[in-house]
Design a protein around this ligand. Structure first.
Ligand code: GLU
Length: 275
């Protein structure tokens, strides 16, 4: 059993991250396996390298032992090779649409935001322009045939892209999208059980297609409920939830906090998302 915690260093970790890391850690350790830390640092200007060290300190403070694997910034060649392979398979198409273009096309919304209307799928786009590359979901599924994946709580789920549409696999001004990078990394790191918050549940449909197209091993999945703030919103770095670094520096006991999170005994104002 290998699990991982894969934070992006674009803000401090908060209690929601601690909860997520503890779940991944404990599942691995109970099974006699390994818990990996992977820094997902390919978000250009938003990535702050100094936060990676803070994350390591946070995990140690919580009493979680981990093995750190290569950060995403060290794996760009692997992502490029995979994107080339997918382009050769004919399942990616270039897209020039800006966020504003997508919004003004009056899109339908699914669980991961606006469903791309497929504008650039239907037109010639010069791939030498600054373009993003999208996965043609219908074409990809025609190659792979029907697929499914396994979630520890939800059971077997057939891959269904109707609520997601053609997602971005390679970004316009940044490298690989989260979908491509995370899928390749989980395979390269030998992750056997992907644990992450329920907010990424639907992303797994995309990841399963990428695994099939690139002959990657298929892990099991465990999507856990999120911690919510007083307003019923998921805890967020932006809205100023107390960071683990603040708590640590204020002399709070990380081991005690970890035990409380394990027992679902949350601090005032924090609750667990209902299934
Ligand atoms: N890097 C992602 C995040 O910080 C996590 C991705 C994952 O666990 O698959 O939200």
């Amino acid at each position: 059993m290998i699990t991982r915690f894969a934070p992006s260093p674009n803000g401090h970790l908060h209690m929601g991250h601690a909860f997520s890391a503890i779940i991944a850690h404990d599942l691995a350790i109970k099974a006699g396996g390994q818990f990996a830390l992977r820094i997902e640092d390919i978000d250009g200007v938003r990535s702050k390298p100094e936060l990676a060290e803070e994350f390591r300190e946070d995990l140690k403070w919580l009493g979680l032992e981990f093995e750190e694997v290569a950060p995403q910034s060290g794996r760009l060649e692997n992502y490029e090779a995979a994107a080339t392979k997918l382009r050769e398979l004919g399942v990616l198409y270039p897209c020039i649409c800006s966020r504003t273009d997508i919004r003004s096309a009056d899109p339908k919304y699914g669980p991961m935001g606006a469903i791309y209307a497929g504008t650039c799928r239907a037109q010639e786009v010069d791939p030498d322009l600054p373009v993003a590359w999208r996965l043609d979901a219908a074409k990809a599924l025609a190659i792979t045939g029907p697929l499914s994946w396994h979630d520890t709580a939800a059971g077997i789920l057939p891959v269904d892209m109707t609520q997601l549409g053609d997602v971005v696999i390679w970004r316009k001004e940044e490298p690989a999208s989260y979908h491509l990078a995370a899928t390749l990394d989980d395979a390269a790191d030998g992750v056997t059980l992907v644990t992450r918050g329920f907010d990424l549940f639907h992303a797994t449909h995309v990841h399963r297609i990428l695994q099939a197209l690139m002959d990657l091993p298929v892990p099991q999945y465990h999507h856990h409920p999120l911690l919510l703030d007083e307003g019923g919103e998921k805890l967020a770095k932006r809205r100023g939830s107390a960071s683990l670094a603040d708590l640590r520096e204020a002399g709070e006991d990380g081991l005690l906090l970890a035990e409380q999170l394990r027992l679902h005994s949350f601090p005032a104002g924090i609750s667990l998302q209902k299934a």
